[in-house]
Design a binder for this molecule. Structure first.
Ligand SMILES: [Zn+2]
Length: 270
């Protein structure tokens, strides 16, 4: 994280972010840190929408948005950064316009193509925190490996039907478990459609719109905590929501010493 001069906030910024600055966990110094932070948001769908909206509104200084898709009518039910007018546009362009309208302070860089792993590592190296808002296991495993190589914290979320889950993988810290520790079995069978878990893809299973919003908001909260450096993140814990009963469960996770991504001797190689 970068250090920042608290005096760098102008009067408009002090007013815009006043309700955050009132929080003792944030204060002027924390707000200044947010304004000097960079976050990579991978996917501008049901999770990336609320994540990017709240990070922009909160005053994260630079968002790097990545999504290769265009806005479709069926996206609008839950991908709330896009509007009816955006149908047919690149998602990154649609999101950039919406986020700039919300907060012109925020610098936004966009990429409208699918990143391979070396691109992901390069992009992750250039930011403070990475947010995974993608909707398939292949992308999630690739993002996890890239964050390990770049040694950057990863805020991961997933949502299907009325269920969601969130965790934080501190690839910048040696003792943190990673996404691969959690889903090693799936990682090893990801190429076999018969072995895929039902967490695979909301395009096939459906999702209740506000549940994506809930999970995305938790991800955005974790990003802000990481950037400012307060509280206790979900590192080492997997938070699970069943919105049908509105029950939350938190499962402790341990680092797998034999994990092929973060285990002993892997050295962050991909
Ligand atoms: Zn691992």
């Amino acid at each position: 994280m970068r250090t920042a001069d608290p005096l760098s906030l102008n009067d408009d910024q002090l007013l815009r972010y006043s309700r955050q600055i009132f929080l003792s966990d944030i204060d002027v110094g924390g707000q200044s840190r947010l304004l000097n932070s960079r976050v990579l948001v991978l996917g501008l769908g049901g999770l990336g929408s609320p994540v990017s909206i709240y990070l922009a509104a909160s005053g994260v200084g630079h968002l790097v948005l990545v999504d290769p898709d265009r806005v479709e009518l069926s996206n609008l039910q839950r991908q709330i950064v896009h509007t009816s007018k955006s149908v047919g546009e690149e998602k990154v362009d649609s999101a950039r316009a919406a986020l700039k309208a919300l907060n012109p302070d925020v610098r936004i860089t966009v990429c409208n193509r699918l990143l391979d792993e070396s691109d992901l590592v390069r992009e992750a190296r250039g930011v403070d925190v990475v947010v995974d808002g993608t909707d398939n296991f292949q992308a999630r495993f690739a993002i996890n490996r890239a964050c390990r190589a770049a040694e950057k914290p990863l805020v991961s979320g997933a949502v299907v039907r009325l269920e969601g889950q969130i965790s934080v993988y501190r690839h910048d810290q040696p003792d943190s478990p990673c996404y691969n520790c959690l889903y090693r079995d799936i990682a090893e069978t990801a190429g076999d459609p018969a072995q895929r878990s039902s967490w695979e893809n909301c395009a096939e299973t459906g999702v209740l719109a506000p549940v994506a919003g809930i999970i995305g908001c938790v991800q955005a909260t974790e990003v802000i905590k990481l950037l400012v450096g307060f509280g206790e993140t979900l590192c080492g814990r997997l938070l699970l929501l069943d919105a049908r009963t509105m029950e939350w469960n938190c499962v402790r996770m341990k680092k797998d010493p034999n994990c092929k991504v973060c285990g002993v001797g892997t050295g962050g190689k991909i």
